[in-house]
Write a new protein. Structure first.
Length: 71
């Protein structure tokens, strides 16, 4: 889970840097459905997602399909 948290921080920091250079570019964080259910539904994480206006793409790896596309 610590590795996942570190990746999330990298995404936020990298997204902030990219927005400064390319403000029109849209970034999505793609996460497997299991990770979404176990981590991204935590209230605090939901608040961070809202605060940073993160866009999520949740996918089911076994079916190779997108199950949530959060704009």
């Amino acid at each position: 889970m610590d590795n996942l948290k570190a990746k999330g921080v990298e995404f936020v920091e990298g997204g902030s840097a990219l927005r400064r250079k390319q403000p029109d570019r849209l970034l999505y964080l793609a996460v497997p459905s299991e990770v979404y259910r176990e981590f991204f539904l935590i209230q605090f994480i939901q608040e961070v997602i809202a605060e940073h206006k993160l866009k999520l793409l949740v996918f089911e790896p076994s079916k190779q399909e997108v199950i949530l596309w959060n704009e």
